[in-house]
Write a protein that binds this ligand. Structure first.
Ligand code: FEO
Length: 393
């Protein structure tokens, strides 16, 4: 069986077929639930488990890894894809104790009904010896739940940060083999799951900055044996800088909004602004989330339906609002037949964003030359704002 280092074994499971997480997040490349067995000279620890649907595979892997006993189950995070198999593991290894922080312990009791006496709680920075291997626990709250912690394997310089730095990517290779592929998956994961907690992630990056790290073994995706690759990517994503980009997310019913969007996208590109134009019909919301990571400006295009925004435009606004990207500007373009409150409705849905709203362009019916001129003016206004903010190179 492969090892990360001597007596550090991967026992997690790939889920090649899973296509949705939380019945919301698309998984185009499946995912993995990574778990690790660390066999010290005196004690053995299992770091995290797997989604309950894969419990049998986890136990098979533990047996293949020679885990005659497990003394400790280290639970970094109470979400089911890492903790859901703990009750079965405790039945299989009845002497094992669950090692976690007090907050995670409470959540595991709430969600899984694990008995109180099964737990050992640890403080931030506390260590646990397995004999010749030492586990150091580091609290990393809000990546993406409040109770999350990491384990640093001192002698082997491996960081096990659970979801932090993860990527939904099933992979036959243990380690990152092709960095651009993993970069895309990790950025998608950051966008969908971590971006709302950008400030907390910055603090956690600072917290681990002084650790000597040879490997990062997250709970999803391949292991980073070049940790600088993902650490640098995260520093870029969580940094305050935005790029000279606009996301134009739109839906159109009778082509008026589509004609506006196509003209507007062209006007932005002519002015040197990169555009991600995203039709919201059957959209992969992961693509929309990724586009939001770096963009300086968010544009929502919508027709008016039943006096309000088209539901797909409303969904995009709700998603952007929940993900809290660092965009500096937002605006709305769209059309209506006889009236409505589409703009008010959409702007009300973007209340979490710190972006400044630039005056929208609305058209009654089909857009004509004067409306295209208005869209040119809006593109010029966005360029001017980007220039004022020093976003344009
Ligand atoms: Fe991979 Fe937050 O669970």
């Amino acid at each position: 069986m492969a090892e990360l280092r001597p007596n550090v074994l991967p026992v997690g499971v790939n889920d090649w077929d899973r296509r949705l997480f939380d019945e919301l997040i698309p998984l185009p490349d499946g995912t993995s639930y990574n778990a690790f067995l660390i066999k010290g000279s005196e004690k053995a620890a299992l770091l995290d488990t797997v989604d309950p649907a894969k419990t049998t595979r986890l136990i098979e892997n533990l047996l293949r890894a020679g885990a005659e006993k497990v003394d400790y189950v280290i639970s970094h995070h109470a979400e089911q894809d890492h903790s859901g198999a703990i009750p079965d593991i405790l039945m299989f290894y009845p002497d094992a104790k669950v090692v976690t922080n007090p907050r995670c312990k409470d959540m595991l009791i709430d969600h899984l009904g694990i008995e109180e006496e099964k737990f050992i709680t640890v403080e931030d920075g506390e260590t646990l010896t397995l004999g010749d291997k030492t586990l150091k626990f580091i609290y990393i709250p809000w990546v993406h739940w409040p109770e999350t912690m990491a384990t640093y394997l001192v002698e082997d310089k491996i960081l096990f940060p659970c979801d932090f730095f993860g990527a939904h990517l099933a992979s036959s290779g243990l380690f990152v083999e092709h960095e651009p592929t993993v970069y895309e998956a990790a950025k998608r994961y950051y966008a969908e799951i971590m971006m709302p907690f950008r400030s907390a992630i910055k603090k956690n990056l600072e917290k681990i900055a002084d650790l000597e790290i040879d490997m990062i073994a997250s709970s999803h995706g391949p292991i980073y044996n070049n940790p600088g690759f993902i650490l640098d990517a995260y520093k870029d994503w969580v940094g305050d800088d935005v790029k000279n980009e606009a996301v134009v997310a739109y839906v159109s019913m009778h082509d008026s909004t589509r004609k506006m969007v196509e003209h507007f996208t062209g006007a932005l590109i002519e002015r040197g602004i990169s555009v991600r134009q995203i039709n919201l019909v059957n959209v992969d919301i992961g693509k929309l989330a990724v586009a939001l990571v770096d963009a300086a400006t968010i544009v929502i295009g919508s027709p008016t339906v039943l006096v309000g925004a088209h539901p797909l435009a409303a969904q995009a606004a709700i998603l952007a609002n929940a993900l809290r990207p660092k965009a500096r500007f937002a605006t709305i373009i769209g059309s209506y037949g006889w009236g409505g409150r589409m703009v008010e409705q959409l702007t009300g849905m973007l209340s979490n964003l710190k972006a400044e709203l630039i005056e929208p362009v609305l058209v009654k019916g089909c857009p004509g030359d004067e409306h295209f001129a208005d869209l040119d003016d809006l593109a010029q206004e966005i360029l001017a704002r980007h220039q004022e903010e020093g976003i344009v190179d």
